[in-house]
Design a binder for this molecule. Structure first.
Ligand SMILES: NC(=O)c1ccc[n+]([C@@H]2O[C@H](COP(=O)([O-])OP(=O)(O)OC[C@H]3O[C@@H](n4cnc5c(N)ncnc54)[C@H](O)[C@@H]3O)[C@@H](O)[C@H]2O)c1
Ligand SMILES: [Zn+2]
Length: 365
């Protein structure tokens, strides 16, 4: 088992990573010194696979778990799901020392975390992420929340988990498209913070695509270390945490203008990161050879490296970028790379350069 520590003073916690850890969840929860009553929040695809083991290990240690399931997919990240969860928690008489376990992908993690952040003005929660994206990204850092009709993640809070338990074996049942989508965030960590990780990914990609446990353990742990380090420096995203948004300015806009389900998150941020690399070459001198390495790695991971947009779609993309909640004062700001492994945030980019980068992604993909 590998352990990554998230250093946040009184809110510090461990991320534990390894194969087969699910069975140890009960014992881990005992160590946290929480109450006996707890709720497992999961979705209808994940619960049939893993909720049995989770319930058993909790009951063996004397806990009284209630299982709450929500539909699988992004639509479950809603205030109506939150409301339904509150009612179940109240009926099960969860109190201040009780806790919630988020068992599932980023959707369940964000939803269950938000429920935990607000029920009784905040109770403890544990993240048990079962997608690659959730293990390397969404379960760490305490951003929790739900969507509104007007947009994604518009209601939320910061509420750190007490523990993150990544059982690598759960990834074996993840559909290949979801798995590859998670790899887009893995590649991002190499670009923003760790040239050695990037080189390792170039070398070990076939093993990673085969979900080989040793490679997976090393890579997931390294990604968690980077996220923990960034979050430890800037919990509430007033500064350096913004570097985690590399490729997301265009990626989010692409998600916003496409109909639901067209792109998984990782599929949108892949051309987003390639476009950001193209802009980086023009603004910060990222060498052309490194732009090529970035494009090639996404392509080898089976992620979209090309983006064809009609004139109308491109106009909509720009509108969506300006509407993004991270834009202040109407100005689109980018995270850009000087080198693989080194980025700078808050970069103002003229529209013309964004167009040139999108042309390059269209023609060279
Ligand atoms: N809080 C953060 O910092 C943060 C960061 C990134 C993304 N997010 C959020 O994460 C969400 C996306 O998360 P996601 O990609 O994990 O999606 P998801 O939670 O919808 O999971 C994807 C699909 O895989 C299924 N699934 C999950 N684990 C499985 C397993 N082990 N085997 C088989 N199927 C499994 C789920 O039921 C679902 O259908 C978005 O809502 C996004 O906004 C949050
Ligand atoms: Zn992302």
């Amino acid at each position: 088992m590998r352990i990554v520590h998230v250093r946040l003073g009184a809110r510090s916690y461990d991320i534990k990573i390894g194969p087969g850890l699910l069975k140890q969840l009960g014992r881990e929860c005992v160590r946290l010194g929480l109450g006996h009553r707890c709720a497992i929040i999961s979705d209808r695809k994940v619960a049939p696979r893993f909720a049995g083991v989770v319930r058993k290990t909790l009951m063996q240690e004397g806990f009284k778990p209630l299982l709450i399931t929500v539909p699988a997919g992004e639509t479950a990240k809603s205030l109506s799901s939150v409301h339904a969860c509150y009612d179940r928690l109240a009926a099960h008489r969860l109190e201040r020392k009780s806790f919630i376990i988020a068992l599932g992908g980023g959707v369940v993690g964000d939803l269950a975390g938000f429920v935990a952040a607000t029920y009784l003005r905040g109770i403890a929660f544990v993240q048990v992420p079962t997608t690659l994206l959730a293990q390397v990204d969404s379960s760490v850092g305490g951003k929790v929340g739900v969507n509104l009709k007007a947009g994604k993640n518009l209601v939320g809070s910061f509420h750190q988990p007490r523990l993150v338990l990544c059982d690598l074996k759960t990834l074996n049942t993840l559909p290949v498209r979801e798995y590859r989508s998670g790899l887009a965030e893995v590649i991002k960590y190499g670009i923003i913070h760790d040239a050695d990780l990037f080189a390792r990914l170039e070398r070990d990609l076939p093993r990673l695509l085969n979900r080989e446990p040793k490679t997976l353990a090393t890579v997931v742990a390294r990604c968690c270390e980077i996220k923990a380090d960034v979050v430890g420096q800037d919990e509430t995203e007033s500064g350096v945490r913004a570097i985690l948004n590399f490729g997301h300015t265009i990626g989010h806009a692409l998600e916003a203008i496409s109909s639901y389900g067209t792109y998984l998150h990782g599929e949108a941020i892949s051309p987003g990161q390639i476009a950001a690399a193209e802009i980086s070459a023009r603004m910060l001198g990222l060498p052309a050879r490194e732009v090529d390495r970035i494009r090639l790695l996404f392509r080898r991971a089976g992620l979209p490296a090309q983006l064809r947009l009609s004139t109308v779609q491109r106009r909509k993309l720009f509108e969506a970028m300006r509407l993004d909640k991270k834009v202040s004062g109407g100005e689109i700001k980018f995270v850009l790379a000087r080198r693989i492994g080194r980025v700078e945030r808050g970069q103002r980019v003229p529209d013309q350069l964004i167009h040139e980068a999108l042309d390059a992604v269209e023609n060279r993909g």
